[in-house]
Design a binder for this molecule. Structure first.
Ligand SMILES: [Zn+2]
Length: 454
């Protein structure tokens, strides 16, 4: 059972990574499978609706009592609490800095959608807007992109001021609330020149690879930034575990002659799903491995072990699972990425390149799982297929590794352990080595220890 906003199939009863409810539609099922899609209920946190109006309609006596209560206290149905700014956070990525404000209810903002300037003011004309204890009035970011932020509130509403390190481009967007996330105002501030630097870095990796026949392995740490992924006991958070394991895997790969591991994210920030494999494509990667941790809504003893996924062109085992995979693939909305139009999947359905990539993806998945389960510390749940958005490149074999269950108390302890993270990195690296041999891809051992750019 795969996790999260990686865009995978998930059973309706699971809530891994908190993304099932983040999608814009809810799937209604009938005897024949999916019968309808309807706007998802929002649980009363969005749009400034009154709590009474936003709760699920309950017919019968309860509904009658509610009507009587409104008649007796006509103000009760409209008395929504004043909106509150509940959090102000920033995330520094290589190419941009993202500022996120969380609200207790939806608000409107007055600001340009985008532009270029040395500073920015976002007006929030929400009478009675307050600031919660977790929302600082000032935030010093000072990361070379965003210097500082000030949030002030008055009876008329709020005023958010941002001072950039230098004049640069920005984007302002709002994200609706869902069952897991509150209404958010997001400002993305571009790091000047960073896109060109990143393009040059990836081109260097590709160039060195072409010269040395080094095999480049793109290692993708799931989640990041405002998307924490799934959570386990004792504060274990998936996005931290995935980055730790990914770094351990890259370190192991870089000890192997003729192989270079490169991370798609090397910090705590959001990377859209499609950007993850496009980064790998730009560096001419030979393999793509996305690291995640599994989770289930209510943990049972059956929720344990490791599994490795590769892409299914038809979704998972049945139509319902395919629709759920589509639902998951809308999860980029968590970071404000518009849902992609039905992509080129149909056009390339019979493409030879795709078929070859899928065959090699299965072999890679089997090779990795063999080594992950070799010490019997984790049970093998098998190699599986689902419609993950992050696995859609046709340029290389791609797999998504569910290392272990983060909401399984014993496995959460393992996932949080640096020893286990290093061991998982070693096992996955052994699996990569095994795959390179079994697939015939092979690799050249550089005579002088030449290695690609980092
Ligand atoms: Zn995940």
């Amino acid at each position: 059972m795969p996790c999260c906003w990686c865009g995978a199939t998930r059973r309706p009863s699971s809530s891994r990574c908190g993304l099932n409810s983040n999608a814009p539609t809810r799937v209604a099922r009938g005897a024949g499978g999916i019968i309808a899609r309807a706007p998802a209920a929002r649980g009363g946190r969005q749009g400034g609706q009154s709590p009474l109006m936003s709760t699920r309609f309950a017919p019968g006596l309860a509904g009658l009592l509610a009507i009587v209560a409104v008649a007796v206290h006509p103000g009760a149905a409209t008395a929504a609490p004043d909106p509150l700014v509940t959090a102000v956070r920033s995330w520094s990525a290589p190419e941009n800095t993202r500022l996120v404000l969380e609200f207790s209810a939806a608000v409107t903002t007055v600001a340009p959608d985008s532009g270029e300037a040395p500073s920015l003011v976002v007006a929030i004309p929400a009478p009675g807007l307050g600031r919660g204890p977790e929302a600082p009035a000032r935030l010093a970011v000072a990361d070379g992109v965003l210097d500082s932020v000030r949030l002030s509130t008055s009876a008329e509403g709020g005023r958010l001021e941002l001072w950039f390190h230098q004049s640069t481009t920005f984007h302002v967007l709002t994200l609706p609330a869902d069952d897991e996330h509150p209404f958010r105002v997001v400002v993305d501030v571009t790091r000047p020149g960073a896109a060109a630097e990143e393009a040059a870095r990836l081109a260097r990796i590709a160039s060195v690879k072409a010269q040395t026949r080094t095999r480049v392995v793109a290692v993708d740490a799931g989640h990041g930034g405002e998307d924490p992924g799934a959570r386990g006991p004792h504060g274990v958070i998936e996005k931290r575990v995935t980055l730790a394991v990914a770094r351990a895997l890259v370190a192991e790969l870089n000890r192997m002659p003729g192989v270079q591991g490169v991370l798609t994210r090397d910090g705590d920030y959001f990377v859209p799903l499609h950007d993850r494999y496009r980064i790998a494509e730009r560096m001419k990667a030979d393999l793509f491995i996305s690291i995640h941790a599994n989770s289930s809504r209510r943990w049972t003893r059956r929720d344990r072990g490791s599994e490795v996924y590769f892409l299914s062109l038809t979704g998972a085992s049945d139509q319902a699972d395919k629709d759920l995979a589509d639902l998951e693939n809308a999860a980029d909305l968590i970071g404000g990425v518009p849902r992609q139009a039905e992509d080129d999947l149909v056009n390339i359905l019979y493409d030879v390149k795709r078929t070859s990539a899928l065959e090699r993806s299965q072999l890679l998945a089997e090779s990795l799982l063999d080594h992950m389960a070799a010490d019997r510390r984790l049970q093998s749940r098998g190699v599986k297929q689902a419609g993950f958005a992050v696995l859609k490149s046709v340029e290389f074999p791609s797999v998504l590794v569910e290392t272990a269950f983060i909401n399984n108390p014993a496995e959460a302890r393992l996932l949080a352990s640096p020893d286990f993270q290093r061991q998982m990195g070693r096992q996955l690296a052994d699996g990569v080595k095994d795959f390179l041999g079994r697939s015939g891809i092979g690799f050249a051992v550089p005579a002088t220890g030449t290695r690609g750019a980092d």
